[in-house]
Design a protein around this ligand. Structure first.
Ligand code: FES
Ligand code: FES
Length: 211
């Protein structure tokens, strides 16, 4: 049976299910989502004719997690916006939206990049990997398992970005030193201060990737 057929009860190496992992990762997002809803409620509604600017609309095709996705975008839309709002890939988080926190980190051609600082049109023709792309069907990837096994999060909001930063680091350097790990995730802030566990998770991920 392929991993896609194993269902949500499939238990990964760490003993967590995919659903459990996503629930854990979603915990931190709940408060942010509620805060966002409150702000949205105070904002004026956007008239439907203003949702897309027809003059600046362009059809592009993005290569995400091994598949091509055709999508109509405005030239000002970020890759983060398109991943989350057009493709429903909410594993990529929105934090600061201005290149400071790293919550939106994805891999572009294997290199960690801030999706909030990348226009969707710029990403056409590049290979984009998101948190969802690190899974094999229902099975977590080694970096995801390492974060679970090392308790490398508290609220979990920064965690997807941290995982993508570690994934990018290990693709370039499979056996990083502690200092190299520190530098590798230096673009990803954790307001909960879970750094010690994040560094341990990166070391464990390097071991898991060798098996
Ligand atoms: S949301 Fe992109 S760096 Fe903070
Ligand atoms: S675990 Fe809360 S911000 Fe990093």
């Amino acid at each position: 049976m392929g991993s896609d057929d194993q269902g949500n009860n499939d238990v990964g190496r760490s003993g967590f299910t995919r659903r459990g992992f996503i629930q854990i990762m979603g915990t931190g997002a709940v408060s942010a989502s509620l805060a966002g809803a409150a702000i949205a409620a105070r904002s004026k509604p956007v008239p439907p004719e203003k949702v897309m600017d027809a003059e600046n609309t362009v059809k592009i095709s993005l290569h995400v997690n091994g598949a091509q996705h055709a999508v109509l975008v405005e030239s000002r839309w970020t890759l983060l916006y398109v991943l989350r709002e057009a493709f429903g890939m909410t594993g990529t988080k929105e934090g600061c939206s201005r290149g400071e926190c790293g919550a939106c980190t994805v891999l572009i051609d294997g290199i960690p990049r801030y999706a909030c600082m990348t226009l969707a049109v710029e990403a056409e023709g590049r290979r984009i990997t998101t948190l969802e792309g690190l899974m094999s069907g229902e099975q977590l990837g080694p970096v995801q398992n390492a974060f679970l096994e090392e308790d490398a999060y508290q609220c979990g909001y920064c965690t997807p970005g941290q995982i993508m930063a570690v994934e990018g680091l290990l693709r370039k350097n499979p056996t990083p030193s502690l200092d190299e790990i520190r530098i590798g995730v230096s673009g990803n802030l954790c307001r909960c201060g879970a750094y010690t566990h994040i560094f341990r998770a990166a070391q464990k991920a390097a071991d898991l990737k060798k098996r």
